[in-house]
Design a protein around this ligand. Structure first.
Ligand code: 0O2
Length: 201
Protein backbone atom coordinates (compact mmCIF):
# COMPACT_ATOMS: atom_id res chain seq x y z
CA UNK A 1 0.00 0.00 0.00
CA UNK A 2 2.98 2.30 0.62
CA UNK A 3 3.94 2.02 -3.07
CA UNK A 4 0.40 2.96 -4.10
CA UNK A 5 0.49 5.89 -1.67
CA UNK A 6 3.70 7.09 -3.37
CA UNK A 7 2.03 6.76 -6.78
CA UNK A 8 -0.88 8.88 -5.54
CA UNK A 9 1.55 11.55 -4.33
CA UNK A 10 3.26 11.60 -7.73
CA UNK A 11 0.02 11.93 -9.70
CA UNK A 12 -1.50 14.45 -7.33
CA UNK A 13 1.61 16.63 -7.71
CA UNK A 14 1.32 16.39 -11.49
CA UNK A 15 -2.24 17.72 -11.34
CA UNK A 16 -1.26 20.50 -8.92
CA UNK A 17 1.54 21.58 -11.26
CA UNK A 18 -0.83 21.58 -14.25
CA UNK A 19 -3.39 23.60 -12.30
CA UNK A 20 -0.72 26.14 -11.40
CA UNK A 21 0.40 26.49 -15.00
CA UNK A 22 -3.07 26.66 -16.52
CA UNK A 23 -4.32 29.12 -13.90
CA UNK A 24 -1.58 31.52 -15.02
CA UNK A 25 -2.39 31.03 -18.69
CA UNK A 26 -6.17 31.11 -18.38
CA UNK A 27 -6.48 33.46 -15.41
CA UNK A 28 -8.74 31.00 -13.62
CA UNK A 29 -8.40 27.57 -12.01
CA UNK A 30 -9.30 24.69 -14.31
CA UNK A 31 -9.12 22.29 -11.32
CA UNK A 32 -11.54 22.85 -8.45
CA UNK A 33 -10.32 20.09 -6.18
CA UNK A 34 -8.39 16.83 -6.08
CA UNK A 35 -9.18 13.88 -3.84
CA UNK A 36 -7.18 10.70 -3.58
CA UNK A 37 -7.95 7.42 -1.87
CA UNK A 38 -6.46 3.99 -1.37
CA UNK A 39 -8.82 1.06 -1.78
CA UNK A 40 -9.63 -0.50 1.59
CA UNK A 41 -8.21 -4.01 2.17
CA UNK A 42 -11.74 -5.43 2.49
CA UNK A 43 -12.73 -3.93 -0.89
CA UNK A 44 -9.55 -5.32 -2.46
CA UNK A 45 -10.39 -8.77 -1.13
CA UNK A 46 -14.03 -8.56 -2.27
CA UNK A 47 -13.16 -7.37 -5.77
CA UNK A 48 -10.60 -10.15 -6.32
CA UNK A 49 -13.12 -12.65 -5.01
CA UNK A 50 -15.80 -11.26 -7.37
CA UNK A 51 -13.47 -11.80 -10.35
CA UNK A 52 -12.49 -15.27 -9.07
CA UNK A 53 -8.85 -14.52 -8.19
CA UNK A 54 -7.14 -15.61 -4.96
CA UNK A 55 -5.89 -12.83 -2.70
CA UNK A 56 -2.20 -12.56 -3.63
CA UNK A 57 0.15 -9.62 -4.11
CA UNK A 58 0.54 -10.57 -7.76
CA UNK A 59 -3.22 -10.57 -8.37
CA UNK A 60 -3.62 -7.21 -6.62
CA UNK A 61 -0.97 -5.70 -8.90
CA UNK A 62 -2.05 -7.41 -12.11
CA UNK A 63 -5.84 -7.68 -11.84
CA UNK A 64 -6.85 -4.52 -9.97
CA UNK A 65 -6.45 -1.10 -11.54
CA UNK A 66 -8.07 1.01 -8.88
CA UNK A 67 -6.12 0.31 -5.69
CA UNK A 68 -4.87 3.89 -5.97
CA UNK A 69 -7.56 6.32 -7.13
CA UNK A 70 -7.62 10.05 -7.76
CA UNK A 71 -10.68 12.16 -8.48
CA UNK A 72 -10.06 15.48 -10.18
CA UNK A 73 -12.98 17.90 -10.21
CA UNK A 74 -12.67 20.49 -12.97
CA UNK A 75 -14.61 23.66 -13.60
CA UNK A 76 -15.86 23.15 -17.16
CA UNK A 77 -16.14 20.11 -19.51
CA UNK A 78 -13.37 21.48 -21.76
CA UNK A 79 -11.07 21.64 -18.71
CA UNK A 80 -11.54 17.89 -18.17
CA UNK A 81 -10.15 17.13 -21.64
CA UNK A 82 -7.44 19.80 -21.52
CA UNK A 83 -6.11 18.54 -18.19
CA UNK A 84 -6.36 14.87 -19.27
CA UNK A 85 -4.45 15.54 -22.46
CA UNK A 86 -1.75 17.54 -20.67
CA UNK A 87 -1.25 14.65 -18.22
CA UNK A 88 -1.17 11.99 -20.93
CA UNK A 89 1.40 14.01 -22.90
CA UNK A 90 3.92 13.62 -20.07
CA UNK A 91 6.58 11.14 -21.08
CA UNK A 92 6.57 9.15 -17.83
CA UNK A 93 2.80 8.59 -18.02
CA UNK A 94 1.50 5.55 -19.91
CA UNK A 95 -2.19 5.27 -20.70
CA UNK A 96 -3.47 1.76 -20.00
CA UNK A 97 -7.18 2.39 -20.55
CA UNK A 98 -9.55 5.29 -21.11
CA UNK A 99 -13.34 5.19 -20.65
CA UNK A 100 -15.17 8.31 -21.70
CA UNK A 101 -18.45 8.31 -19.79
CA UNK A 102 -18.91 11.99 -20.72
CA UNK A 103 -19.31 11.28 -24.43
CA UNK A 104 -20.98 7.94 -23.62
CA UNK A 105 -22.74 8.27 -20.23
CA UNK A 106 -23.69 5.11 -18.32
CA UNK A 107 -27.39 4.12 -18.46
CA UNK A 108 -27.70 5.48 -14.89
CA UNK A 109 -26.66 8.91 -16.20
CA UNK A 110 -23.15 8.73 -14.69
CA UNK A 111 -20.66 10.97 -16.50
CA UNK A 112 -16.88 11.20 -15.95
CA UNK A 113 -13.68 10.59 -17.87
CA UNK A 114 -11.86 7.53 -16.48
CA UNK A 115 -8.17 6.91 -17.11
CA UNK A 116 -6.00 4.07 -15.91
CA UNK A 117 -2.39 5.15 -16.13
CA UNK A 118 0.94 3.67 -15.19
CA UNK A 119 3.68 5.85 -13.72
CA UNK A 120 7.09 5.11 -12.23
CA UNK A 121 7.90 5.70 -8.59
CA UNK A 122 11.56 5.97 -7.70
CA UNK A 123 12.62 4.17 -4.51
CA UNK A 124 16.08 4.02 -2.93
CA UNK A 125 17.19 1.01 -4.94
CA UNK A 126 14.57 0.46 -7.59
CA UNK A 127 12.00 1.94 -9.89
CA UNK A 128 8.51 0.47 -9.74
CA UNK A 129 5.72 0.94 -12.25
CA UNK A 130 2.40 1.64 -10.51
CA UNK A 131 -1.16 1.83 -11.81
CA UNK A 132 -3.47 4.65 -10.78
CA UNK A 133 -7.15 5.15 -11.64
CA UNK A 134 -8.09 8.74 -12.40
CA UNK A 135 -11.65 10.04 -12.56
CA UNK A 136 -11.97 13.49 -14.12
CA UNK A 137 -15.30 15.28 -13.98
CA UNK A 138 -16.89 18.72 -13.71
CA UNK A 139 -18.43 20.22 -10.58
CA UNK A 140 -21.90 19.42 -11.98
CA UNK A 141 -20.94 15.80 -12.79
CA UNK A 142 -19.41 15.44 -9.33
CA UNK A 143 -22.52 16.84 -7.68
CA UNK A 144 -24.73 14.27 -9.44
CA UNK A 145 -22.32 11.34 -8.85
CA UNK A 146 -21.83 12.15 -5.15
CA UNK A 147 -25.56 12.37 -4.48
CA UNK A 148 -26.37 9.33 -6.61
CA UNK A 149 -23.64 7.41 -4.75
CA UNK A 150 -25.43 8.15 -1.49
CA UNK A 151 -28.89 7.14 -2.58
CA UNK A 152 -28.47 4.53 -5.32
CA UNK A 153 -25.04 3.25 -6.44
CA UNK A 154 -24.41 -0.21 -4.95
CA UNK A 155 -27.21 0.36 -2.45
CA UNK A 156 -29.30 -2.61 -1.43
CA UNK A 157 -32.62 -0.98 -2.28
CA UNK A 158 -35.05 -1.99 -4.97
CA UNK A 159 -35.07 1.15 -7.09
CA UNK A 160 -38.17 1.43 -9.25
CA UNK A 161 -37.92 2.29 -12.96
CA UNK A 162 -39.55 5.59 -12.16
CA UNK A 163 -36.87 6.44 -9.59
CA UNK A 164 -34.11 5.43 -12.01
CA UNK A 165 -35.66 7.70 -14.68
CA UNK A 166 -35.76 10.53 -12.20
CA UNK A 167 -32.03 10.08 -11.50
CA UNK A 168 -31.29 9.94 -15.24
CA UNK A 169 -33.29 13.14 -15.69
CA UNK A 170 -31.23 14.83 -12.98
CA UNK A 171 -28.10 13.70 -14.88
CA UNK A 172 -29.48 15.32 -18.04
CA UNK A 173 -30.09 18.53 -16.09
CA UNK A 174 -26.49 18.49 -14.83
CA UNK A 175 -25.25 17.95 -18.41
CA UNK A 176 -27.35 20.90 -19.55
CA UNK A 177 -25.92 23.01 -16.72
CA UNK A 178 -22.38 22.16 -17.89
CA UNK A 179 -23.25 23.04 -21.47
CA UNK A 180 -24.81 26.38 -20.55
CA UNK A 181 -22.01 27.39 -18.20
CA UNK A 182 -19.39 26.45 -20.81
CA UNK A 183 -21.20 28.65 -23.37
CA UNK A 184 -21.10 31.58 -20.93
CA UNK A 185 -17.44 30.92 -20.15
CA UNK A 186 -16.60 31.05 -23.85
CA UNK A 187 -18.26 34.47 -24.13
CA UNK A 188 -16.69 35.91 -20.99
CA UNK A 189 -13.28 34.25 -21.26
CA UNK A 190 -12.57 33.03 -24.78
CA UNK A 191 -9.52 30.72 -24.81
CA UNK A 192 -6.53 32.91 -25.77
CA UNK A 193 -5.03 32.22 -29.20
CA UNK A 194 -1.83 31.02 -27.56
CA UNK A 195 -3.83 28.10 -26.23
CA UNK A 196 -4.73 26.81 -29.69
CA UNK A 197 -1.99 24.25 -29.15
CA UNK A 198 -4.09 22.63 -26.42
CA UNK A 199 -6.11 20.21 -28.46
CA UNK A 200 -9.26 18.67 -27.10
CA UNK A 201 -9.10 14.85 -27.12
P1 0O2 B 1 -16.66 3.39 -5.33
O1 0O2 B 1 -17.60 3.16 -4.18
O2 0O2 B 1 -16.84 4.77 -5.89
O3 0O2 B 1 -15.24 3.07 -5.01
P2 0O2 B 1 -13.50 -1.88 -12.57
O4 0O2 B 1 -13.42 -0.77 -11.54
O5 0O2 B 1 -12.47 -1.72 -13.67
O6 0O2 B 1 -13.53 -3.22 -11.98
P3 0O2 B 1 -15.41 -0.93 -14.30
O7 0O2 B 1 -16.81 -1.31 -14.66
O8 0O2 B 1 -14.44 -0.88 -15.44
O9 0O2 B 1 -14.91 -1.86 -13.17
O10 0O2 B 1 -15.38 0.42 -13.57
P4 0O2 B 1 -16.10 1.73 -14.03
O11 0O2 B 1 -17.57 1.49 -14.03
O12 0O2 B 1 -15.47 2.24 -15.28
O13 0O2 B 1 -15.74 2.73 -12.85
C1 0O2 B 1 -15.80 2.35 -11.53
C2 0O2 B 1 -15.90 3.58 -10.67
O14 0O2 B 1 -16.59 4.65 -11.31
C3 0O2 B 1 -16.73 3.28 -9.44
O15 0O2 B 1 -15.87 2.78 -8.45
C4 0O2 B 1 -17.35 4.61 -9.08
O16 0O2 B 1 -16.44 5.41 -8.35
C5 0O2 B 1 -17.55 5.24 -10.44
N1 0O2 B 1 -18.87 4.91 -10.98
C6 0O2 B 1 -19.14 4.09 -12.02
N2 0O2 B 1 -20.44 4.05 -12.29
C7 0O2 B 1 -21.05 4.86 -11.40
C8 0O2 B 1 -22.42 5.25 -11.18
O17 0O2 B 1 -23.37 4.83 -11.86
N3 0O2 B 1 -22.65 6.12 -10.15
C9 0O2 B 1 -21.64 6.61 -9.38
N4 0O2 B 1 -21.96 7.47 -8.40
N5 0O2 B 1 -20.33 6.27 -9.55
C10 0O2 B 1 -20.04 5.40 -10.55
P5 0O2 B 1 -16.37 1.63 -7.53
O18 0O2 B 1 -15.17 0.96 -6.97
O19 0O2 B 1 -17.37 0.77 -8.23
O20 0O2 B 1 -17.16 2.35 -6.39
Amino acid sequence: MAYYRCALMEVETKFKVLNEEFSLRLDRNPIENIKSRLKRPISIRNKLKKYGYPLTMQNIEEQLHDVAGIRVVCSFPSDVYTIAEALLNQDDVTLIRMKDYIKNPKPSGYRSLHLIIEIPIFLAKEKRMMKVEIQLRTIAMDCWASLEHQIHYKKDFNFTDEMASELALCADLSAELDERMEKLRKIVRPVPETDDAIKII
